[in-house]
Design a protein around this ligand. Structure first.
Ligand code: C2E
Ligand code: CA
Ligand code: CA
Ligand code: CA
Length: 274
């Protein structure tokens, strides 16, 4: 509202006040969420051109007894600011490794690759690779079944250290995927120095693929570039057959999106695979 005139940004802007309160509440609640075991992982299937499952992405969910389900889009950025992303991220990795251990024991799930989202702050931790290795060892997980999804934001600070961490993890077989590719700060200069197995085309380029010719050009360019760098491509947010077909015609044969399955809890996911 303009009522405040020059004092528009006063504390009395009701909408702003509400968001400050909400933030403070969220932050306090987020601190307790780990001890209260309010987090869960959901799993979204990734498929190949024959719609065969090749893996899944782990996506965190927060079930708060009073606030209800809080979207990761809401609490992950806050957790990144406050540093809580470190213990949360550790919990996600541990839970993912436990899941991989369980899948490894069954013939129809033993080859599934699990992709885990890693925040820039997490990968910059001094002991990040040691921590990941310890988890793989503890749960007896083959390293090549774990894929770490990073975003272009890792290129903003301490790039050299991040590259070292990635190279050391990659040398033991852990794979990396560049998430939300094309949506953020891209530097093709760095791209060639990172041990990337995969680029994930951002949903923003996929959602309008049928109608938007610039999106089609961008997608084709990403795929061509990835192919020449020998990097795999997966598209996220694939919701319909027309999008899938356009992607396939351009050479992208790995997909993730509602067309194949929404993120679901582990019971539903395992049932779906049977
Ligand atoms: P993201 O990594 O880009 O994950 C993909 C998001 O797109 C997920 O939202 C997923 O549910 C949604 N999605 C998948 N397929 C479709 C589709 O066909 N159509 C549409 N409209 N959406 C689709 P979600 O689960 O709400 O996660 C939001 C973001 O939160 C993630 O984006 C990621 O950046 C972050 N996040 C989630 N889990 C974690 C985690 O464990 N650690 C970290 N650091 N970040 C996480
Ligand atoms: Ca992701
Ligand atoms: Ca993504
Ligand atoms: Ca995205």
């Amino acid at each position: 509202s303009k009522k405040g005139g020059r004092n528009q940004l006063s504390f009395f802007d009701p909408s702003m006040q509400q968001s400050v309160i909400k933030r403070a509440t969220l932050d306090a609640e987020l601190h307790r969420a780990l001890e209260r075991q309010e987090f869960r992982l959901h799993y979204q299937i990734q498929v190949d051109a024959w719609r065969q499952p090749i893996g899944a992405e782990a996506l965190i969910r927060w079930y708060h007894p009073e606030l209800g389900t809080v979207s990761p889009a809401e609490f992950i950025p806050l957790a990144e600011e406050t540093g809580l992303i470190l213990p949360i991220g550790q919990w996600v990795l541990k839970t993912a490794c436990q899941q991989l251990q369980a899948w490894q024991d069954k013939p129809h799930t033993r080859n599934l690759v699990l992709a885990v989202n890693i925040s820039a702050k997490q990968i910059r931790q001094k002991n990040f690779s040691t921590m990941v290795l310890a988890l793989l060892e503890k749960y007896q997980v083959t390293p090549h079944l774990l894929k770490l999804e990073i975003t272009e934001s890792v290129l903003l600070d301490d790039v050299e250290d991040t590259i070292k961490t990635m190279l050391s993890l990659n040398s033991i077989g852990i794979r990396f995927s560049m998430d939300d590719f094309g949506a953020g700060y891209s530097s093709l200069q760095y791209l060639k120095r990172l041990p990337l197995e995969q680029l994930k085309i951002d949903r923003s380029f996929v959602q309008d693929l049928e109608n938007n010719s610039s999106d089609r050009t961008i997608v084709r360019t990403i795929i061509t570039m990835a192919q020449s760098l020998n990097i795999d491509v997966i598209a996220e947010g694939v919701e319909n057959e027309a999008q899938r077909e356009l992607l396939q015609n351009k050479g992208c044969i790995h997909y993730q999106g509602y067309l194949f399955g929404k993120p679901v809890d582990i019971e539903q996911f395992n049932r779906f695979l049977e």
